[in-house]
Design a protein around this ligand. Sequence first.
Ligand code: NAP
Length: 292
Amino acid sequence: MTSFPATPETTPGAARPTVLITGTSSGIGLAAAVAAARAGWRTIATLRDTGRADALREAAAEAGVEVDIRQLDVVDERSVAAAIDGVIADHGRLDAVVNNAGAGHVGTLELETVADVREVMEVNFFGVLNVSKAALPHLRASGGRLITVTSVGGVVGQPFNEAYCAAKFAVEGYMESLAPVAGAVGVSVSVVEPGAVATEFVNNLGLDIEGTLAAAGPYADAMHSYVNRTVSQFMDGAQTPAGAAEAVMEALTAERPAFRIQTSQWARDFTGTKLADGDGSAVIGMTTGWVS
Ligand code: NAP
């Protein structure tokens, strides 16, 4: 049997559990950092550029909580090592990591270079591995949790999101494979799957829609339909970052978190078009048996 960690102790006087979250300048990471601090976690809120921490500082002040802001660029192994070593030096423990940092990409094979795809993989896949690898010895020591924000696009491939979905599929495959192995040494592994969330995600694409459509050649009509559908999905049905962060908190605090946690009923329904094992318990139950 896998021995999953007990929920970390948050009673007054006890050592506060420590969580490190990546990509907290905005969106789900910012909301998760505030929610974790509010729930009593010592929260290490990391950003690749600490000059972009104003919104986080304001949200924390508004919530009346403290967050420990540190630099961490997920694609820079030295930055990752420095951040994690610093947390251990200052707090002596690491109980959970939330791999939240990520970036979208819109394109398709004929309209992008392989180098573009590698860049998407670098942030969304190898970035997650860089942080997870550096954190695992400490999570093993604490019987902690490794949580990664993936996407419904880590389950269902979506047009003009080939590279992004490939990276999120890769993360899901890696984490689903790691889960029973990490479980054998006392670390629980979960992925959190948002659908559309109203964050800086779309702005951060830096997409010039008119220019992209004009350069799309034979793909212009299909891309036009995709853009219209995506805009209306974000306008009509996007979840709040705080709503999505609730799923991160579930992964952080549930006594036995599921492997796969969708952030909304919409996300459950959408991934349900493909998944027979919505929370991952059937697969993890089976593969855990292979290592116990
Ligand atoms: P967001 O507001 O754009 O936040 C993304 C965060 O990742 C930002 O803080 C960004 O920092 C950071 N980041 C990007 N590259 C980084 C790097 N190399 N090192 C460290 N941090 C980096 O978007 P979000 O929606 O909150 O995204 C959070 C996660 O949710 C991502 O993994 C995303 O793929 C996933 N997701 C989002 C949606 C959605 O609809 N919003 C849907 C499904 C999944 P900077 O400010 O420095 O750029």
